[in-house]
Design a protein around this ligand. Structure first.
Ligand code: SF4
Length: 361
């Protein structure tokens, strides 16, 4: 839970003074509706502070997915993006799950399930022993084609526990790099977006496959060509600027940034790991955290003694959720906001998500 007052948000510039009364009204109404309707409201770390403040739990996708399994509620209003609400329904299909704004999508999650099957066929045709590992930032039809899901917090741990040498990692090419480095697998270059040609791609990766064998690596990571635009647009210059301004600042990047930024940073973490790091290291009071701004703004409010350099970026999909649409979803339970998945797809997606929870334990 994120405990903050309106006065603090106004003082910090997160809420304009002219909106303070409306925010206070919405907080009160949302809290009343949650009680009256026995509703559960989870929020992702990237939500704006005024939304995080009314949530029952704030966390990363793994924390929210695990919590969804055992939630005691009559309905869920999910403050995040669609794949998260889908994931919640996948693990708790007895509950109506509402996403307050249908524009809360995710550029990374747009993977075509037919394309994934084509890629799996390609690896089978090469005789590779592989598992399809899918980041939770995907829709249920893609999860259902996967052996296991993962989040940025547990991707390397889960990959390390798989009993096959190769991994087809979907859809984030940068997190795939983290998995390859941490599990001693060869990181192969992803195909160009929308241009997968099996013969040309094989010619491109063959020398690297041989090199991995020569080095005695565990296997290979075949990355999908996706990326989160929020993290992928961060540059080495962002880190260089911070280092110039304050050489003592600890630079922490999210696993979705490009490989060269992961190498230049001091730490690579998921959002939940970032939160724990800041809490566990009060002596590290000059930090540059390269991820979506929602998390950094909350950390600033929770740790006023720490200096945070603003190198974060906004995700417009996450920001499609606001207090007004959360209030309306909770009050009206509009059918168009309800998120479901066909049962045959849901069962497959749930299997991959449950395997993630089991292997991450
Ligand atoms: S921050 Fe990136 S991965 Fe997360 S919802 Fe936005 S576009 Fe998707």
């Amino acid at each position: 839970m994120f405990d903050v007052s309106i006065e603090r948000l106004v003082r910090g510039g997160q809420v304009e003074e002219s909106r303070a009364a409306r925010v206070a009204f919405l907080w009160e109404e949302i809290r009343r509706l949650k009680r009256d309707k026995h509703a559960f409201v989870p929020a992702h770390n990237y939500q704006v502070p005024e939304v995080q403040a009314i949530a029952d739990i704030v966390g990363d996708s793994f924390e929210l997915a695990v919590r969804a399994r055992n939630v005691d509620a009559r309905l869920v209003v999910f403050c995040g993006v669609r794949f998260m609400a889908e994931g919640c329904y996948t693990l708790a299909p007895h509950l109506p799950v509402y996403l307050p704004n249908q524009r809360a999508l995710c550029s990374l999650a747009e993977v075509d399930a037919d394309d994934l099957e084509e890629r799996q066929d390609f690896l089978r045709s090469l005789g590779r022993r592989f598992a399809t590992m899918t980041y939770v930032n995907t829709y249920a039809d893609v999860k259902a084609l996967s052996d296991v899901c993962c989040t940025s917090a547990n991707a390397a741990k889960i990959a390390g526990r798989l009993d096959v040498p190769d991994i087809l990692f979907v859809p984030d090419q940068n997190l795939a790099y983290q998995v390859a480095i941490k599990t001693k697998r060869m990181y192969l270059p992803p195909p160009d977006p929308h241009a997968f040609h099996p013969k040309e791609y094989l010619a491109r990766i063959e020398p690297l496959l041989r090199e991995g064998e020569r080095q005695g690596l565990v296997g290979n990571v075949f990355p999908w060509e996706g990326a989160c635009h929020v993290h992928h647009e961060m540059t080495l210059a962002d880190i260089a600027t911070i280092r110039r301004e304050d050489p003592t600042a600890v630079v922490i990047v999210h696993g979705e940034v490009r490989p060269e930024l992961q190498e230049a940073a001091d730490e690579v973490m998921s959002t939940s790991q970032m939160v724990k790091y800041v809490e566990a290291h009060p002596e590290k009071n000059r930090l540059a955290i390269l991820t979506e701004c929602g998390l950094v703004v909350r950390l600033e409010l929770e740790h006023p003694e720490t200096r945070f350099y603003r190198v974060c970026r906004l995700c417009e999909h996450m920001k499609a959720i606001d207090l007004e649409n959360v209030y309306l979803a909770l009050r009206d339970e509009p059918p168009e906001c309800r998120v479901t998945v066909p049962e045959n797809v849901r069962v497959g997606a749930a299997r991959a998500m449950e395997r993630m929870i089991e292997l991450a334990g």
